[in-house]
Design a protein around this ligand. Structure first.
Ligand code: F6R
Length: 379
């Protein structure tokens, strides 16, 4: 039931702090500290899947593909493992050459997406038949439905603990998929000793603060975002920009808006704007920039300023109490400052709320958008 929320999507957006809390409880050792010289991760992953990995390939569709792009960033930057992310529908018909010591991860919240299942089945088959693959196929599923077709196909599954999601637009299952990738990357980083114990502890400590920070974002912003949505309910095009680990969040913000409000939206890596898309900008095309403090913060701000110089209205998902952000953006959707690597868990929330309120303002059927189904069981 909707428990007083107007739509399931809004209820599910609000469930995210609880989902992240449940994931932390399920996956991490509560009393862990770095001096114990053991892994902080309690999530069970078969050691044979992770030993001597040289490469990880991930297949997924839609929002799960966006979570996988965040996952790639984490697996490469925290654990140092080269990782490629593929649309399942593309991977099926042009799989990359086989390499040994490869882990294939399939990400699907429903566990029923036809292309993702077919890509994994194909990979399992070609690996078990090929001498070049050199080892037993290693496949891991990340899903919110371990009882699904994916659960039956693969012997190894990470259960994302989000509870059933009813709104067609994926929200809480996305946050839960992110948590699965954080924990997988931390476990690999621990095993491969790619992080100092102090850095590992810093990340784990910061992860535990996320649920309260997510609650703060929800409580402090919903009213403002609802008002802001009124301004944009007739807008025809939106551009979302981000860099680094927040580039996939720009894609996700654009996808959420497209699918429930039917407004055309594109997500770009902010540095690519000047290579073409900037020609689209004028006062009628608002730009949403995700500017989280860290390695690319100043770069994103300056990309946003380039958009402003073309008269674009600028909306910033940016730190609280930051003079540069306040000066740059026409509208600010503030998020608490966190470790850059954890920022997607917070930055996605204002974008989900923005898409939701624009669609609700337009009087659309947010939970059941036209032409879309919760599980895409056909190719
Ligand atoms: C976006 C959305 C779709 C799904 C995609 C994959 O809000 O709902 O893009 O993310 O169809 O679905 P799963 O994760 O079930 O494989």
């Amino acid at each position: 039931e909707k428990q007083g929320f107007k739509h399931f999507m809004l209820k599910e957006i609000y469930e995210q702090p609880g989902v992240v809390r449940a994931c932390l409880e399920a996956y991490l050792d509560e009393g862990w500290s770095a001096d114990q010289q053991k892994s902080p991760v309690t999530m069970a992953i078969a050691p044979a899947l992770l030993a001597d990995l040289q490469h990880i390939q991930i297949v997924a569709c839609g929002t799960s593909w966006h979570a996988s792009l965040v996952g790639k960033h984490l697996l490469e930057q925290l654990a140092g493992i080269p990782t490629s992310v593929h649309y399942a529908s593309e991977f099926r018909y042009a799989p990359p050459p086989l390499m040994p010591n490869t882990l294939t991860i399939g990400v699907t919240q429903s566990g029923e997406t036809a292309d993702t299942l077919a890509a994994l089945e194909m990979e399992q088959k070609r690996r078990s038949e090929s001498p070049e693959a050199a080892d037993q196929p290693r496949l891991l599923g990340i899903t919110n439905r371990p009882e699904s077709s994916l659960g039956r196909l693969l012997p190894h599954i990470i259960d994302t603990h989000a509870g059933i999601e009813i709104g067609v637009a994926a929200t809480k299952t996305f946050s839960a998929q992110l948590m699965a990738f954080y924990v997988l990357a931390l476990e690999l980083a621990y095993q491969r000793q790619t992080l100092t114990p102090a850095r590992l502890e810093e990340i784990v400590t910061a992860m535990r603060q996320l649920p309260a920070q997510m609650e703060l974002v929800l409580e402090s912003q919903e009213r403002y975002i609802e008002e802001l949505a009124h301004e944009f309910s007739e807008t025809q095009d939106f551009i979302f920009i981000g860099r680094g680990i927040n580039y996939p969040i720009a894609l996700e913000g654009a996808l959420k808006l497209k699918e429930i409000s039917y407004i055309h939206a594109e997500g770009y890596p902010a540095g690519e704007m000047k290579h073409g898309p900037i020609a689209l900008l004028d006062e009628k095309v608002p730009v949403v920039a995700i500017a989280a403090p860290g390695s690319v913060y100043e770069k994103v701000l300056s990309n946003a300023q380039e958009a402003k110089a073309r008269d674009a209205q600028l909306i910033g998902v940016a730190p609280m109490n930051d003079a540069d952000a306040e000066e740059t953006f026409d509208s600010l959707l503030p998020v608490p400052v966190v470790d850059e690597l954890l920022s997607p868990v917070l930055t996605v929330i204002p974008l989900q709320l923005l898409a939701y309120h624009i669609a609700a303002r337009r009087g659309l059927d947010v939970d059941q958008p036209r032409n879309l189904a919760k599980s895409v069981t056909v190719e």
